[in-house]
Design a binder for this molecule. Structure first.
Ligand code: ZN
Length: 232
């Protein structure tokens, strides 16, 4: 595997939204196991939502499997499985992140990465991530079409280190391409570092699954599989 140039590489992550859905999990699991194009897909996984009746035992088994096959991270949905961004009056977003990371660690799972649901980010969440030693993947190089212009998010085009108001530092690896963007971009201009992301639920559509694998196999010739940076 060419690793000579650490300024031009690609990483791939999946927002694992429905780990307890057998059909979705089977497809994600197979794909992550195959590592198409040599890309070890990072599983950014949503913890079970007890209020929504999601059980812990099967979730843990699947999360451990995902963690054994590639980089592992937390994907927090602040409101519910189907509502990713925080709602006013609920648990504070940063408190939720700290609680979920503690919950994972108590169960022997060590998240290295984080992606906020609905691309939500604020200063307190960033500080929590720095304190917890995680690398953030919530930034995006594109503006998510469904978010209002003034929505709290993090715009970044390439991996960087953020200086937080506290003086602490947070490594940021923004998503540069969605699955659809990657399929179109892989034959055109690409930034030095590509971070492609998709959702596990994308894999329910066979055409999208095939498009993803083809895009990753093509991407490999333009940007070698790299590693997510470590926390500073
Ligand atoms: Zn999500």
């Amino acid at each position: 595997m060419p690793h000579g140039d650490d300024t031009r590489y690609a990483v791939v992550s999946c927002h694992v939204e429905r780990p307890l859905d057998d059909a979705v999990w089977a497809r994600f699991s197979r794909l992550q196991g195959r590592a198409p194009g040599g890309f070890h897909i990072a599983a950014l996984i949503r913890p079970p939502d007890q209020a929504a009746g999601e059980g812990e035992a099967e979730w843990l088994e699947r999360a451990r499997e995902a963690a054994s096959r590639g980089p592992f991270g937390l994907h927090t949905h602040w409101t519910s499985p189907s509502h990713a961004r925080p709602t006013p009056g609920g648990e504070g977003p940063a408190a939720r992140v700290r609680r979920e990371v503690d919950w994972l660690r108590e169960r022997g799972l060590e998240p290295e990465l984080f992606a906020g649901g609905g691309w939500y980010m604020d200063d307190d969440v960033a500080q929590a991530l720095a304190d917890l030693g995680l690398v953030d993947c919530t930034g995006t190089a594109f503006t998510p079409s469904y978010l209002p212009q003034d929505a709290s998010r993090l715009a970044a085009t390439q991996p960087t280190t953020l200086e937080l108001p506290s003086g602490h530092r947070l490594a940021e690896v923004p998503a540069t391409h969605s699955l659809g963007m990657l399929a179109r971009a892989v034959i055109g201009p690409l930034p030095p570092v590509v971070h492609a992301y998709f959702h596990d639920t994308d894999l329910l559509d066979r055409k999208r699954g095939v498009a993803l694998e083809l895009a990753l196999c093509a991407l490999r010739f333009r940007r070698p599989p790299g590693r997510f940076p470590q926390a500073p």
